[in-house]
Ligand binder design. Structure first.
Ligand code: GLU
Length: 465
């Protein structure tokens, strides 16, 4: 059965990159309903401009949400706006004896951890403040100390859950020290508000990075103590870079912004991401609706996925090929659009579809076809220099006779010049575009218009003399 409600819950501390975009996409593809929640409780690191960027990048990717903010202006889906809700749940936990104020200072806690490490023990809160009497708590508060709030982990429990990806998981509560759920400044700790919000927002399934696996038993304990229904959790394997290390800036991760600026199309990025650790039987480029239809939690791999930049270019090629005219037109840069006569627009875009991966390549072809072709590249120059002037003379005369009819032009030139195949096409291609590769010759003949074609052919007659 398809998950009911999934979510993406980014902390706006930076731009989204391939890793968290994949998390967003998997959740989007998996669920019937999808919500966006902004986890902005870390006041020092969160910035409104990143919220705006996250929204814009998700929209650019085509990942839309059924619930959640539409702008960077904080609403009920921003955790910074939900303090009153968290406060109510803190009170409940304190009243039930499931949470207590902790007055240990960061320095004391660091010393405790250092001692535990030196003794070969895992760092764990030893429960110093767990047994303070109400009077002792009062006295400390009266001294102006600002406590954190710790969750009291029940002893001797086994916390088991069935991970959507990794299968059955079990943790011993005795391995988990009492942990902080409210910071000394009153703001909620991630573990707490993240779990409470998933329950209150009726999220049924959470797919997130495997770095969160150890948080899950803690969050299940919190929700159990509050009698709230937990979602089902699934932990996605890491994405590795080409060097086998976790994907990071150093080994090839890029932000969605960067990819967009480099000219990648959203459908290319989305087709790559959807296959990073998820297997589709279909190898062709798929729309978001098709990706969603074919998405299956059981098809998520358990081992790390590897990011291969060549794969990204493979999908880019497919996406450019499949793009409609309006999409490609928008994708070209302003200067390129300005070069293209309205009557040639559609044909130029067909050329782009089969010859270009990025807007800058389209620009180069627009310059060649509609601007000044510039100097030929060395290979084209060699061909031009080896071709006798008579060939270009014959080509120019034939072009004058058949300015609009490429087929007639080629057939006649073939006869007049007595050459065919490569010896016919290469010099023409070189003269018309300054390159030996590129679009069909017919396009190089038709798109620039008779005047430009004839000038270019003529140029190589005089050049030879
Ligand atoms: N705000 C958390 C993060 O960005 C969300 C983790 C989760 O998906 O539960 O890592």
């Amino acid at each position: 059965m398809r998950p009911g409600k999934t979510r993406f819950a980014p902390s706006p501390t930076g731009f989204i990159h391939l890793g968290n975009a994949r998390t967003a996409l998997f959740n989007r593809l998996a669920g019937e309903r999808f919500l966006l929640r902004i986890e902005d409780t870390d006041r020092e690191r969160c910035r409104a401009e990143y919220v705006a960027a996250i929204i814009e990048d998700l929209q650019w990717l085509g990942i839309d949400w059924d619930e959640g903010p539409r702008s960077a202006e904080a609403d009920d889906y921003f955790q910074s706006r939900r303090q009153a809700i968290y406060d109510r749940y803190y009170t409940r936990l304190e009243q039930a004896g499931s949470a207590y104020p902790c007055f240990c200072s960061p320095e004391e806690l660091a010393q405790i951890r250092a001692r535990q490490r030196a003794a070969g023990q895992p760092p764990r809160y030893p429960g110093t403040c767990a047994r303070l009497s109400p009077e002792e708590v009062e006295a400390r508060l009266a001294r102006g100390l600002k406590p954190t709030l710790r969750f009291r982990v029940p002893p001797g429990r086994q916390i088991a859950f069935d991970d959507l990806i990794r299968g059955p998981q079990a943790f011993r509560s005795d391995d988990i020290g009492d942990f902080i759920i409210r910071r000394a400044d009153g703001t909620p700790a991630f573990l707490f508000c993240n779990a409470v919000d998933d329950a209150l927002m009726a999220v049924t399934h959470v797919l997130r990075g495997e770095d969160h696996l150890a948080n899950t038993p803690r969050q299940l304990l919190i929700l159990e103590a509050l009698r709230l229904t937990p979602p089902r959790y699934g932990h996605l394997p890491l994405i590795l870079g080409e060097d086998g290390a976790p994907l990071s800036k150093r080994n090839g991760s890029r932000s969605i912004r960067e990819l967009r600026q480099q000219g990648y199309l959203p459908l290319a990025v989305v087709n790559l991401l959807a296959r990073l650790g998820h297997h589709y039987r279909e190898e062709a480029l798929l729309t978001l609706a098709e990706l969603s239809e074919g998405f299956d939690l059981a098809a998520i791999g358990k081992s790390p996925a590897r990011f291969d930049p060549q794969q990204l270019d493979h999908w880019q090629k497919q996406a450019v090929h499949a793009a409609d005219d309006a999409t490609l037109w928008d994708w070209l840069d302003e200067a390129t659009r300005a070069l293209i006569p309205a009557s040639c627009r559609s044909e130029f875009l067909s050329l782009v579809r089969s010859n270009c991966l990025f807007p800058k390549e389209a620009r180069r072809w627009a310059e060649i076809l509609f601007g000044d072709a510039g100097a030929p590249d060395p290979e084209a120059r060699r061909v031009l220099e080896q071709t006798p002037a008579e060939f270009f003379q014959a080509a120019l005369e034939t072009a004058r006779r058949h300015p609009e009819d490429y087929q007639a032009f080629v057939a006649e030139l073939k006869r007049l010049a007595g050459v065919k195949g490569k010896r016919l096409f290469q010099p023409l291609r070189a003269a018309l575009s300054g390159r030996l590769d590129g679009p069909e010759l017919e396009r190089l003949y038709r798109l620039p218009g008779p005047g430009r074609v004839q000038t270019r052919l003529a140029q190589w007659i005089t050049h030879q003399c």
